[in-house]
Ligand binder design. Structure first.
Ligand code: AMP
Length: 161
């Protein structure tokens, strides 16, 4: 809850003061920054999956994809591309790169200031996706087509932008 004596979101520069990343962006908590521009910043994850694991974070308050301005999302991806290239050229172990973004608790989101993970991959790095059993028994083509029809309808229902 924001009291009247606290700065509003604009005065804070758009940061949500209630997440750890807002505190990092605001300089209240330490982080190892590798990039910053007028829309996004990138700093190293405190619990890296592999050395060099970087988080690309919007400066504006956005807990979810739905709240993220599209231009900021585009910049996040552009910066993630650059960080990926930097990781490959950094001398850190990096034979490949994964991007990962968790939108919502069910997707594994734990910090509610959106962020794009960029982390190096290399042989025997210990990271594996745990896939459900259904993955190994693909559904009938008609089920995939039915899902596609639902998604096309939802896309058509969206406002342009
Ligand atoms: P997610 O589960 O996608 O929300 O990811 C949150 C990420 O934030 C995790 O990889 C954490 O290790 C990372 N994290 C949490 N606190 C900090 C912090 N103070 N500095 C850097 N990374 C952090």
């Amino acid at each position: 809850m924001q009291g009247e004596d606290q700065p509003n979101a604009v005065q804070r520069g758009g940061f949500d003061p209630h997440t750890v990343f807002a505190k990092i962006l605001g300089g209240e908590l330490p982080a190892t920054f590798v990039y910053r521009d007028e829309l996004v910043a990138a700093f190293l994850d405190i619990q890296p999956i592999t050395p060099g694991h970087t988080l690309v974070v919007p400066l504006v308050k956005a807990a979810s994809l739905a709240e993220l301005p599209p231009a900021t999302g585009a910049r996040m991806f552009t910066v993630a591309q650059r960080v990926g290239a930097a990781l490959r050229g950094s001398g850190l172990a990096c034979e490949g790169v994964n991007l990962f973004l968790a939108d919502g608790v069910a997707a594994g989101q734990t910090v509610f200031h959106l962020h794009l993970h960029v982390f190096p991959r290399y042989a025997d790095d210990g990271f594996r996706w745990k896939l459900p059993e259904r993955y190994y028994q693909p559904p009938p083509r008609a089920d995939i087509e039915a899902a596609g029809e639902r998604i096309r309808a939802a896309l058509e229902g969206q406002r342009p932008g």
